[in-house]
Design a protein around this ligand. Structure first.
Ligand code: ADP
Ligand code: MG
Ligand code: MG
Length: 873
C-alpha cells in the first residue's frame, strides 16, 4: 500500500478528492499545488497509517519509515536543501489533519530539523536573530507537543529574558538573547528529566508518533464524541517545508476567511502579524492587525493574496478559510478549507455566489445545511433599542444571534445546569478544547480574551451558538462566584442576555422573537421550494400553530392530535373526565354532546387557517387515564365526584378499571373507539360539521380522517364504516357534502406487514414513527432514558432511534408497507408524522422510499423543506 503522498510543484500525488485518505489539510495542500499556487513542498502520511499504527500497538507499519525518507528526498531535491545538513538546512513543519477538521485538536511542530549544530549553519546563512528565534520556537513546540514538557515552563524563560533586557516584545530581543533563550530552553528539558534529541531524524520520527498519538488523546476523543464524528480512520501527518514569516519586516503570517463568516459580507476577514510565525497569531503574544491594514503595509502582497483567494473561491466554489505566510516578500499558501460560518453567513454567501455566477441555484440549495437554517430560525431580540441602557460591556461580535441565560463560570457547571433544564451563558477568560462539552450545553459564550478566530469563536460559530470574545471589560472572580462587566457585578446564576451580532452584554433577560423569512433567506427558500418534490406538512393542534407553520411554508397538517384540544381549558378537561367516569352510555353521550361544540369550533379554526390545504385529523389516541388528574387516589376520587356529580364508589371503580400495566400497549387508539363507538361518532361529527360549516363560507376544506393504532384491517373497516355512516348523516342534515378521506396511521408492525390488506380500506397512510419505533424495537419511548446513554456509550446504538429514524429496521417496515399499500391502491397517499419528520437524514430516507410528504413541528418546517429539496437536487 502507498502510505506516503508527496505534494509540491515537482511531484504531486494527491488531490482534494482524497480527503479521507490524506485528511482535509493534506488533500487541499495537494490540490493547491495542482492549481499552481505557491505551497511549500512536503508529503502526507495517510490516515490509514494512523489506524495501522494504533492497531499495531503504536508502531509504524513496515516500510513506512523508508517511504517517509524517500518522500523527504523528493522534497530535498525540489528545495535544493538537505534535512539535518548544517551547510544548507531544510526545516520542516509537522502537522496533523484528519478527514474532518477538528479545531484545536492536534498540535503542529514548526522549525523541525534544528540542533545546536544545524542552527549555527542556519545563522551563518540567514542571520543569527532569525535562526535562534526559530530554534527556541522549535524547542518550545517540540518539547510541549512531543515530549509533554509544559509550554509555560518555556514561556517563563522567555518572559524572564524580556524582563532582563527591558523589552516588551519577543521581536525586540537580539540574536544573542535568543541564543541564550534557546540554551535555557534546553535546560528546561533536563530539569523535566528528559533530553532534547539532537538528531533531526529522531525529531521527525518522534513528531510523527506524537501526531498519531494525538488522535487517541482525551480531548480529541471528547471532540469527536460531542461532534458525533464516527467512522474516521485517524489523522494524517503532513510534513512540509517551512515558510518563514519571521524573517523581518517583509515577512508575515496570517489567517483569513475569503468572506465574513459571521454575516457573509464579501470582504476578506482575518488577521495577520508581521515578522512572526503562525502560532503567534493564535497565542495573542502581539495583537494581530486586521487584514485590511495589509493593503497599506504590504500592498503587493495584499493584491496577490486577494488574487489567490479569488482563485480558490472560483476553484472550490466555496468560501475558504485560509492560512498563509509571507517569507521575504514571497507569499505561500499553507492551508485552505471550506470556511465554517453562521447560518446568516451561509445563506448570504449561497445567494451571493448565485448572483456572481459562481454556482447555480441548485448548488446553492446544497450549500446551506439544516443546522444553518436552524440557527437562522433561532430567536433574535425583540427590540434592540429597548435594552441599550442595560448594556454593561461590549466585546467582539464573534458569532451572531441572541441568547438569554444564567451565568456560569465553568464548563462543568454549564453541563450540570443544562442537564437540570436551565439555560446558561458560559462566561470565561478564554476557552480551550476541554470546554467544548460545556460550550455545547450553553446558549452562548462570553470570553474576556481572544479574537474573532479564537477557540471560543470558531467552535461557537460552528455550532451556531451566540458568542462574544475579547470582552475587555470583563473581569472574572471565579473564587467568589462572580464577575464584573465594567462596574457591574454579576453573580453566578444571574441572568444576562448577549447579542452576538453586536457584541453587547446586557444584564437581565431581554425578550426574544422569531426571525422572518425575508431578503436573502426569502430568495433562498424560494429556490428550496422550486427544487423540492416531496411535500412538507406540519403537526399542529391549534389554529395559531397552523398559521405559524403555514407562514413557515407548511403545505398541510399531517397530524392534528385531537386529545390536545381536550386539555385546552379547565372546562373541557372537566367535560372529558365526565365522559370517562360516566356509568352508562347515556351519561357518556351527554358528556360527549357537551364536547362536540368545542371540537367543532377547533376544527373550523384549523380548516380556516389551512384554507385550500389538507388537514389530517387523528381520532382519539391516548389511554383514557391520561386525562385523569394525578395524585392521591382518595383526593382524585373526591375531586372527580365534585366535578362530575358521580358517586365516589363508582368513580373509584372506574379508575381502577382503567389502570393498566402497559398503557402504551393497552386500551388506546381505535381500541377505545371500537369499544365506545360514541366517542368516534362525536369526533367524526365534529370534523364533518366543521368542514361543511366553513366550506359554506367559501373555505376550501380537505379533511383527512385518520384512525390510530390499527393492527388488523378489520379494526380499520369498523372505524371507516362508522365515519362514513356519520358523514352521510351530517351531509343529509346540512344539505351539503364535502369530500373527505379516511385513512390510518401505520404504527403497529402488524399493520405494516399487512399493508396490502389495510390499503383496501385506507385512502392514505401516515407512518406514526414514534409508536412504530417503540413497537419495532420494543423500547418504551417513556423509559428508554434509563438505558439509552449506556447503549450509546457502548456503541450498541449510534443514535437515539426516536430522534433519527432507524432506516435499517423501522425504515424497512416503512418501505415495505408503502410498496404493499400502493400495490393495492396505486394512488395511496403516504406520509410520515413522527418526531423524525423534522430530522434531515430521516427526510432524505423517506424521500428515497417515495413518500408523498413528511410532517413535523411548525418550527422544523423550513428545515424539512430544505432537507427535502436537498434530497431531490
Ligand atoms: P491547525 O490544524 O491547528 O490549524 P496547522 O497545521 O494549520 O494547525 O498549523 C498551525 C500554524 O502553523 C499554521 O497556521 C501556520 O501558521 C503554521 N505552519 C504550519 N505549517 C507551516 C509551514 N510549513 N510553514 C510555516 N508555517 C507553518
Ligand atoms: Mg491550520
Ligand atoms: Mg401513535
Amino acid at each position: 500500500v502507498k502510505r506516503v503522498y508527496n505534494f509540491g510543484k515537482g511531484k504531486n500525488d494527491g488531490d482534494a478528492s482524497m480527503k479521507s485518505l490524506l485528511g482535509g489539510k493534506g488533500a487541499n495542500l495537494a490540490e493547491m499545488c495542482g492549481i499552481g499556487l505557491a505551497v511549500p513542498p512536503g508529503f502526507t502520511i495517510t490516515t490509514e497509517t494512523c489506524r495501522a499504527f494504533h492497531n499495531n500497538d503504536r508502531t509504524l507499519p513496515e516500510g513506512c519509515w523508508e517511504d517517509t525518507l524517500a518522500a523527504l528526498k523528493v522534497v530535498e531535491e525540489e528545495m535544493g536543501q538537505k534535512f539535518g545538513d548544517a551547510a544548507n538546512p531544510l526545516l520542516l513543519s509537522v502537522r496533523s489533519g484528519a478527514a474532518v477538521s477538528m479545531p484545536g485538536m492536534m498540535d503542529t511542530v514548526l522549525n523541525l530539523g534544528l540542533s545546536d549544530n544545524v542552527v549555527e549553519g542556519l545563522a551563518a546563512k540567514a542571520g543569527g536573530r532569525f535562526a535562534y528565534d526559530a530554534y527556541r520556537r522549535f524547542l518550545d513546540m517540540f518539547g510541549n507537543v512531543v515530549m509533554g514538557v509544559p509550554h509555560e515552563l518555556f514561556e517563563e524563560q522567555l518572559e524572564a529574558m524580556k524582563k532582563e533586557k527591558g523589552v516588551e516584545f519577543d521581536t525586540d530581543l537580539s540574536a544573542e538573547d535568543m541564543k541564550e533563550v534557546a540554551h535555557r530552553y534546553k535546560q528546561v528539558y533536563v530539569d523535566q528529566g528528559t533530553q532534547f534529541p539532537d538528531d533531526p531524524y529522531d525529531q521527525l520520527r518522534a513528531s510523527i508518533y506524537a501526531v498519531f498519538d494525538s488522535w487517541e488523546s482525551d480531548r480529541a476523543k471528547v471532540y469527536r464524541q460531542v461532534a458525533k464524528l464516527t467512522g474516521l480512520g485517524g489523522t494524517a501527518v503532513n510534513v512540509q517545508t517551512m515558510a518563514f514569516g519571521n524573517m523581518g519586516d517583509t515577512s508575515a503570517t496570517g489567517v483569513l476567511f475569503t468572506r465574513n463568516p459571521a454575516n457573509g459580507d464579501k470582504h476578506l476577514y482575518g488577521e495577520y502579524l508581521m515578522n512572526a510565525q503562525g502560532e503567534d497569531v493564535v497565542a495573542g503574544i502581539r495583537t494581530p492587525l486586521h487584514i485590511d491594514d495589509m493593503k497599506a503595509e504590504m500592498p503587493q502582497m495584499y493584491d496577490e493574496l486577494v488574487r489567490n483567494c479569488d482563485l480558490l473561491e472560483r476553484h472550490y466554489k466555496e468560501m475558504q478559510d485560509i492560512e498563509f505566510t509571507i517569507q521575504e516578500g514571497k507569499l505561500f499558501m499553507l492551508q485552505c478549507r471550506t470556511g465554517k460560518r453562521t447560518g446568516m453567513s451561509a445563506v448570504k454567501i449561497a445567494v451571493a455566489m448565485v448572483d456572481e455566477g459562481l454556482i447555480t441555484p441548485e448548488e446553492a440549495v446544497l450549500k446551506v445545511d439544516a443546522n444553518h437554517l436552524d440557527q437562522l430560525l433561532h430567536p433574535q431580540f425583540e427590540d434592540e433599542a429597548a435594552y441599550k441602557d442595560r448594556v454593561v460591556a461590549t466585546g467582539l461580535p464573534a458569532s451572531p444571534g441572541a441568547s438569554v441565560g444564567q451565568v456560569v463560570f465553568t464548563a462543568d457547571d454549564a453541563e450540570t445546569m443544562k442537564a437540570s433544564g436551565h439555560d446558561v451563558i458560559l462566561v470565561r477568560k478564554e476557552t480551550s478544547p476541554e470546554d467544548v462539552k460545556g460550550m455545547h450545553s450553553s446558549e452562548g459564550v462570553v470570553t474576556q480574551l481572544g479574537g474573532m478566530t479564537s477557540h471560543a469563536a470558531v467552535v461557537a460559530r460552528g455550532w451556531g451558538k451566540t458568542c462574544i470574545t475579547g470582552c475587555g471589560d470583563l473581569q472574572i472572580d471565579e473564587g467568589n462566584g462572580s464577575c464584573r462587566f465594567g462596574n457591574t457585578v454579576v453573580n453566578e446564576h444571574d441572568w444576562i442576555s448577549i447579542n452576538g451580532t453586536t457584541g453587547e452584554v446586557i444584564v437581565g433577560k431581554c425578550p426574544l422573537k422569531q426571525p422572518e423569512m425575508v431578503g436573502d433567506l426569502g430568495r433562498f427558500m424560494h429556490w428550496v421550494d422550486q427544487f423540492r418534490t416531496m411535500g412538507v406538512y406540519t403537526n399542529a393542534d391549534t389554529p395559531e400553530d397552523a398559521a405559524m407553520a403555514r407562514e413557515n411554508g407548511a403545505e398541510g397538517i399531517g397530524l392534528c392530535r385531537t386529545e390536545h384540544m381536550f386539555f385546552a381549558t379547565e372546562e373541557r378537561i372537566k367535560t372529558v373526565r365526565k365522559m370517562i367516569v360516566a356509568q352508562s352510555k347515556e351519561d357518556r353521550v351527554k358528556a360527549l354532546d357537551e364536547l362536540l361544540p368545542f371540537q367543532r369550533s377547533d376544527f373550523e379554526g384549523l380548516f380556516t387557517a389551512m384554507d385550500g390545504l389538507p388537514v389530517t385529523i387523528r381520532l382519539l389516541d391516548p389511554p383514557l387515564h391520561e386525562f385523569l388528574p394525578d395524585g392521591d387516589m382518595d383526593e382524585v376520587v373526591e375531586m372527580l365526584a365534585r366535578e362530575t356529580g358521580g358517586k365516589p364508589a363508582d368513580i373509584a371503580e372506574t379508575i381502577e378499571r382503567l389502570e393498566e400495566l402497559n398503557p402504551m400497549l393497552g386500551f388506546r387508539g381505535c381500541r377505545l373507539a371500537i369499544t365506545y363507538p360514541e366517542i368516534a361518532e362525536m369526533q367524526a361529527r365534529a370534523i364533518l360539521e366543521a368542514a361543511v360549516n366553513v366550506s359554506k363560507k367559501g373555505v376550501k376544506v380537505q379533511p383527512d380522517i385518520m384512525v390510530p393504532l390499527i393492527g388488523t384491517s378489520a379494526e380499520l373497516k369498523n372505524q371507516e364504516s362508522l365515519v362514513r355512516r356519520m358523514a352521510e348523516k351530517v351531509f343529509e342534515e346540512k344539505g351539503t357534502r364535502v369530500d373527505y378521506r379516511v385513512g390510518t396511521m401505520i404504527e403497529i408492525p402488524r399493520a405494516a406487514l399487512l399493508a396490502d390488506q389495510v390499503a383496501e380500506t385506507a385512502e392514505f397512510f401516515s407512518f406514526g414513527t414514534n409508536d412504530l419505533t417503540q413497537m419495532t424495537f420494543g423500547y418504551s419511548r417513556d423509559d428508554i432514558g434509563k438505558f439509552l446513554q449506556v447503549y450509546l456509550d457502548k456503541g450498541i446504538l449510534q443514535v437515539d432511534p426516536f430522534q433519527v429514524l432507524d432506516e435499517e429496521g423501522v425504515g424497512q417496515l416503512i418501505k415495505m408497507a408503502t410498496e404493499k399499500g400502493r400495490a393495492t391502491r396505486p394512488n395511496l397517499k403516504v406520509g410520515l408524522c413522527g418526531e423524525q419528520g423534522g430530522d434531515p437524514a430521516s427526510v432524505k430516507f423517506v424521500y428515497a422510499v417515495g413518500l408523498d410528504y413528511v410532517s413535523c413541528s411548525p418550527f422544523r418546517v423550513p428545515i424539512a423543506r430544505l432537507a427535502a429539496a436537498q434530497a431531490s437536487v
